[in-house]
Design a protein around this ligand. Structure first.
Ligand code: ADP
Ligand code: MG
Length: 451
């Protein structure tokens, strides 16, 4: 894989498409970062103009720092752009990047000024007055619908107002989306890969080229429509797929198991088409691998040989009335006692203790582990155990020599809460993008850099 990148000496390597640009000094450099970080409310009320938010977790910021510091040290004029949350093309005070600008300035001591918009006269003025070795952070790109639509007008406006001469993508986690800030800009400006993006692409490519088996993929989380599609490819590549979280609910339901009011990826009433699509893909995956069995040898204390289905679904779950429930109920899913009470007002919110035990066994025998997505609503301590125990089991397998690639915003929070950050081969802040890349799909934001 050939990616344009920045040389450590400040010169730009592989200047195939931009012979005019020799280095970045005094250049206006637009950097797409992923500052889509979790925020916490510190004053006021969510939804109100007086609400004050603070950065709750800075992993994603850290992963862009090498590139940002490099550009500043080499006297570039840096303009940072990012999305935050699902703004859906509208301004939203709760999704402002202002708390990130404060974090960069106050906690990291970076010379960054915040601009209240990502296009417009204010941006144009501040961009033109920007001095070398200084940076701007522009407001959330997704306040404009043109960002997610990859609208050429929006792209051109971003370039014009920021007076950009060079584009750098340092948002691997957003590169599976063909948006204005990932693909649009890269097509119109001399474009380069940031250090972290390059590192992740190389690392994942290496893992893919020479897979140490068995490869166990662990999938959880809530972004089901994305993940279920990726799972189709990943399941072919993997020896075993362990499923948890919301995506397990979808797979269970597709397999004909009662899931009551569990979340399966979309609003049941409003998005029936989406639900139908998710269930169909889930059924296809189960059908494709229904007859495959994998033998795991010498697993667990009793050194059993376990014949397993390739797609392993939870055998029990913890259920509750909703995500904030103070109590949970353990429900066995594959018991002889048929659940006739099939319309209860409960949701499956974590994998159960039997499932934890099973997943632990399987993970012990893995040589490569790819994990994305929490096993349950870990934000609530009542439903945090599944994610924590799976994280621990993966960490233990890594200590015993397995390669472990872990990704995802919320998955990172699980790891941080469990104090396991340094226990894996690689922790990426990218979830969906990492899964897509590992499943062999081409990421539009990376492909465009290779041209
Ligand atoms: P990541 O950021 O690691 O890629 P996702 O964004 O896909 O993961 O999903 C994380 C979210 O999934 C968490 O906020 C968690 O509360 C939610 N989640 C996990 N299990 C369930 C479940 N059973 N029902 C509803 N939501 C769930
Ligand atoms: Mg997430």
């Amino acid at each position: 894989m050939l990616l344009f990148t920045l040389g450590k000496d400040g010169k730009i390597e592989l200047m195939i498409n931009c012979p005019k640009i020799k280095d970045i000094k005094n250049k206006q450099v637009l950097v797409r970062v992923d500052f889509n970080v979790p925020l916490k409310l510190v004053a006021g009320k969510a939804g109100n103009k007086n609400a004050i938010w603070r950065v709750a977790d800075s992993d994603r910021i850290s992963s862009a720092l090498e590139t940002i510091n490099f550009l500043l040290d080499n006297q570039a004029k840096v303009i940072l752009i990012s999305h935050l949350g699902r703004a859906d093309g509208k301004k939203n005070h709760d999704l402002s990047l202002l708390p990130v600008a404060k974090f960069l300035k106050n906690n990291l001591d970076l010379p960054v000024e915040f601009v209240n918009d990502c296009v417009g006269v204010d941006v144009a003025e501040k961009a033109r007055n920007l001095r070398s070795g200084q940076a701007l952070l522009l407001e959330n790109l997704r306040f404009y619908p043109g960002e997610e639509k990859n609208d050429p007008h929006f792209t051109k406006q971003l370039i014009k107002d920021s007076a950009a001469e060079i584009y750098i993508n340092e948002a691997f986690s957003a590169s599976h989306r063909a948006h204005a800030s990932t693909v649009g800009l890269a097509k119109r400006l001399p474009s380069f890969a940031g250090f972290n993006l390059k590192r992740e692409v190389e690392l994942f490519s290496k893992a893919l080229n020479d897979i140490k088996r068995p490869l166990v993929v662990v999938m959880g989380g809530a972004k089901i429509s994305d993940k279920v599609a990726t799972m189709q490819n990943l399941a072919r590549l993997a020896d075993v797929v362990l499923v948890g979280g919301g995506i397990a609910n979808a797979m269970l339901r597709a397999g004909g198991i009662e899931t009551h009011r569990s979340f399966i990826g979309a609003d049941e009433e409003k998005e029936t088409e989406e639900i139908g699509k998710i269930l169909q893909t889930a059924k296809d995956i189960l059908g494709e691998h229904a007859l495959e069995r994998v033998l795991f040898e010498n697993v667990g204390k009793d050194r059993k040989n376990l014949p397993l289905p390739k797609i392993v679904l939870p055998i029990d779950v913890l259920a509750g009335v909703d995500a904030n429930a103070k109590e949970s109920e353990q429900i066995a899913l594959l018991s002889d006692v048929v659940d006739t009470d099939n319309d209860r007002d409960i949701k499956y919110l974590d994998i159960g203790p039997e499932t934890i035990r099973l997943y632990r066994y399987i993970l012990q025998g893995a040589k490569t582990i790819v994990w994305n997505g929490p096993m349950g609503v870990f934000e609530n301590p009542v439903f945090a155990r599944g994610s924590r125990e799976v994280a621990r089991a993966i960490a233990r397998a890594s200590q015993n020599g397995a390669i472990s690639l872990v990704g995802g915003g919320e998955s990172n929070s699980v790891i941080n809460r469990a104090g396991l950050y340094n226990q894996f081969t690689h922790v990426s802040s990218a979830g969906g993008a990492a899964l897509e890349f590992l499943s062999g799909e081409k990421l539009p934001g990376i492909e465009v850099l290779e041209k």
